[in-house]
Ligand binder design. Structure first.
Ligand code: PLP
Length: 391
């Protein structure tokens, strides 16, 4: 994290922070590119293909940069697929959804190169439409190896009763005509030791089917670009499967592409005292960083410490009327003042894609930083954006 704080200081050289309109996301292109170079190294060392999982990060203004390094995009819906198709031109478009809607399927066929099904019933329902299109589409099935080390239940696709993927028990060996690949997604923010154990299970339970495939997709959740990630074990896993089964390997990380590459700057609006000191910001956990409540987790702030670590501790709250709209407790070396700007780190992923305008709270503006242009605000939201989604 410290490195990124220093990187933010580098931005400081070119902008006057106190003049920033807040709240605002700032994505540092240099840090995105640094992540992309790491991912490219995995591709170069293994021959695997890596896709951007758009559900984590759909900042399409950077898709041409991302497309210079990666093989394409992975989508969870028609709209995400279309965004990848339109904005990362000429690159592969993959889609997986727990179920496809009939009225959307023809367009999915038109724009996607890879379609992954969650069940044999979905596969059988749609395979004729794919065939009838005359387009060469690679079809895959999502499998559920019933092995995951994710401890947060809502993020565990292999929890008991999960709807995601086909379990070994429900797999149909005689229904694979036309299936080119298998897909599993069982990880979340994990290192490659978890992948290695997962691969052992996938190999044991599904190896006899992988043999008949052209490719296998290891899904997302690989924290490849975090400090200390064990890339050699990842490479070993990819090469093991590639060599054993003579298949292409795909990875579709989301987080790893924009991990630690963005900030959210917010201003202090007011203070409330109720046993503890509370500062109210012009951002909101509920609206602008929903994973803080959903995961839950405590984001880092440049220059702030754990409660009590520095002399002045505050609970930071959002400006909605949700009682639980609390970001966390933090301490500072100096007392906070109205108008101070706080910089939350690692705010590029699972933020813009999940935001909402609950309470009529406006969405943060979006800015990118690069060396050539400095800081550029590329999007601002208005009342009309709020109203447009209502009726
Ligand atoms: C969420 C998801 C991803 C991306 O996961 P990250 O944790 O952001 O790397 C990839 N594939 C599928 C099927 C997913 O559901």
């Amino acid at each position: 994290m410290d490195k990124n704080i220093q990187n933010f200081r580098a931005i400081d050289l070119n902008i006057d922070i106190s003049k920033l309109p807040t709240p605002i996301y700032i994505v540092d292109e240099r840090l995105i590119e640094k992540n992309l170079r790491v991912l490219k190294e995995v591709m170069d060392r293994t021959g695997c293909r890596i896709l951007l999982a758009q559900k984590a990060f759909s900042m399409f203004s950077l898709y041409s940069l991302i497309g210079r390094y990666l093989s394409g995009t992975a989508a969870s819906s028609l709209f995400e697929a279309r965004l990848g198709f339109e904005e990362m031109k000429g690159k592969e478009v993959h889609i997986y959804s727990p179920a496809y809607r009939e009225e959307e399927f023809d367009e999915i066929v038109r724009i996607c190169d890879f379609i992954i099904f969650n069940s044999f019933s979905q596969w059988n329902k749609y395979k004729h439409r794919i065939k009838a299109s005359g387009k060469r589409i690679e079809c895959g099935l999502r499998i559920n190896p019933e092995y995951s080390e994710i401890e947060t239940e809502i993020y565990n696709p292999c929890s008991k009763g999960s709807r995601l993927g086909i379990t070994p028990e429900n797999f149909r060996e005689d229904d694979l005509e036309g299936i080119d690949g298998l897909h599993f997604h069982t990880m979340c923010e994990q290192n490659s030791d978890v992948l290695k154990r997962t691969i052992e299970v996938v190999d044991r339970k599904f190896g006899k089917y992988i043999k008949r495939m052209k490719w296998i997709n290891f899904g997302g959740g690989h924290h490849i670009t975090r400090p200390g990630y064990d890339m050699d074990t990842l490479i070993e896993c990819i090469m093991y499967i590639k060599n054993k089964y003579d298949v292409e390997v795909y990875l579709e990380p989301g987080e790893a592409i924009a991990l630690n590459a963005g900030y959210l700057a917010a201003r202090v609006l007011d203070f409330v005292k109720n046993n503890i000191d509370i500062a109210i910001l012009d951002t909101s956990a509920a609206c602008h960083m929903p994973d803080v409540i959903e995961m839950p987790y405590r984001p880092k702030i440049v220059g702030a410490g754990e409660p009590g670590q520095y002399p002045y501790t505050y609970r930071l709250g959002g400006l909605t009327c949700l009682a639980g709209d609390v970001i966390g407790d933090y301490s500072f070396k100096e007392p906070l003042k109205e108008g101070d700007i706080l910089i939350f780190t690692d705010m590029a992923i699972y933020t813009m894609v999940k935001n909402n305008t609950f309470n009529g709270v406006n969405l943060p503006a979006i800015a990118v930083y690069n060396e050539k242009d400095g800081l550029k605000i590329i999007k601002k939201f208005e009342y009309e954006d709020f109203k447009e989604r209502l009726s």
